[in-house]
Design a binder for this molecule. Sequence first.
Ligand SMILES: *Cc1c(COP(=O)(O)O)cnc(C)c1O
Length: 360
Amino acid sequence: MIPVTKPYLPPISEYQEYLEGIWKRQWLTNNGPLVNELELKVSEFLNVPNFLFMSNGTIALQIAIKALGLKGEIITTPFSYVATTSSIVWEGCKPVFVDIDPYTLNIDPKKIEEAISEKTTAILATHVYGNPCDVEAIQKIASKHKLNVIYDGAHGFGVTFKKKSIFCYGDISTVSFHATKLFHTIEGGGVFTENSELNQKMAYQRNFGHDGPEAFQGLGVNGKNSEFHAAMGLVTLKKIEEIISKRKELSIYYDERLEDLGFKKPKISNQVDYNYGYYPIIFPTEEQLLKCVKKLNRSEIYPRRYFYPSLDQLPYVEKGDFPNTDSISRRILCLPLYFELSFEEVDLICRLIKSVWDHG
Ligand SMILES: *Cc1c(COP(=O)(O)O)cnc(C)c1O
């Protein structure tokens, strides 16, 4: 079976070494030494000033919205994972969708201004597949209208724009370290901000607001993560460069084998260093995509329709008309891409896709 992704699992002995330390210290969670070490090493690796490790990328989004005190309407993209929209609704705000750019597949900055009302407080955009949004255009609009900017950077680990981590843009960026993501801690995620006051506030918020055992700094929630999850991150972080470079080789191999079929792919700016988190291809029609999926499934190969259906179809949001999102979400398919995928498997996948073409 070839799934769309397989979590990276380090040699078990390396994880065991960390477990022995946990057993010795008997410190399992609540901001332990491994959590601190992971936060430090992640900030060092990405060259960012702050990182707060949390239980997942969804609580990170919720805390980001809460920390900025957002109310009313938040402008967001309909082309993302459900957590981007659900977090807005969960925090009592209203998502206002803006269609995507058909080339980058990220929110189209040219369409943001017409969606701004007097109730708008922020823009929450996703760097789809780790491909950076037009952060400069978005910041210009946000500054002009005094809006906050949150980036859902769930896919953005290791990506840079103009040589700076993509997590340096916006007021707050979130990340997911879920097992299906490029860099993972089984479950996990967190927030990045360059604003140290905001960082301190979110540190309290992820731990019930605790300021010592008996004092509280405002309202909080439980967004902490454990020593066991941090240990997985520490082991995986040592391999991350190897993981990214293997994914790059596999992506180039796919490119070469699929070249004749003329698939469109998301447009990535040449100012970006990409992390090869996903391998999406855009079909000319949904019918061809479905044919292809059927053919691959018969050989136990399971690509995924990220992201389908689009988020404006959710039962708890207002419907709208987003032609680019609608068209792309029906025609885009993520092919299998993970560290242990072999070049032979990519050959097989590409042969099967080609055979659908050759026989109409
Ligand atoms: C995975 C993902 C999330 C949620 O992250 P979790 O760690 O699973 O909670 C949010 N947004 C996007 C775009 C994602 O892909």
